[in-house]
Design a protein around this ligand. Sequence first.
Ligand code: ADP
Ligand code: MG
Length: 250
Amino acid sequence: MLELKNIHAVICDNKKEILKDLNLTIGDGEVHAIMGPNGAGKSTLSKVIMGHYSYKITSGDIIFDGKNINDLETYKRARLGMFIAMQDPTVIDGVSSIEFLKEAISEKTGEKVNLYSFIKDIEKNIKDLNLRDDMIHRSVNSGFSGGEKKKNEVLQLKMLKPSFIILDELDSGLDVDSLRECCLNINNYLNENPKTSVLIITHYPKILSYIKPNYVHVLEDGKIVKTGSHELALFIEKNGYTGIKEMVEE
Ligand code: ADP
Ligand code: MG
């Protein structure tokens, strides 16, 4: 599904290299987690995968479903089925969530949305996510609590039906009940769409106890320095990142 080959990427503004020879292969239906200290380059990685204009790949290749997407615009990546739930969701004043979703779906599919099934779908997902009914008529993320913003990302995910999902610290700013609700909704989506792949960026093993990863990677200074199983996440919670490179999994 997604292959990153020897990726080097810089910040366009200051040419600082953040990703340094990064390799990662995510197969269909696989869940990968990335952990790593603050400033390691996790959010940069997620934005480079999505083609954010602030970052430039200086060498290496990103392959999605067999196609090189190094130079593909973000909206075209979204059309291919790529999706990111952002660490800090953007507020869009003056655009209601319902209008936003309707436009986004029709931009993604290239077709006018069927209003009847759209409304039915949105109502079901709002209920499943335990969101307030009136939120879809409010401006996107405007005045939302931290938890509502993250749930709104999951609502977008479920409505846009991606085949590749990045969750960039979905668990930050979420209380335990909201985290569980978000994860149950994502798991339902994954059960219904088993070929969907997920990249979970997190500091905590909790989210990984709901959405079980096939692999856990540690990113440090723009490189993956360690790959393991769910156990690695538990080890990190206990011991931190020091000495992780030398650690041997039992
Ligand atoms: P993480 O998500 O692992 O905490 P980031 O990818 O957000 O790390 O950031 C990695 C490093 O790159 C940090 O030092 C951060 O300050 C810097 N950085 C990322 N994006 C930008 C940007 N657009 N402008 C300037 N510095 C940036
Ligand atoms: Mg980050």
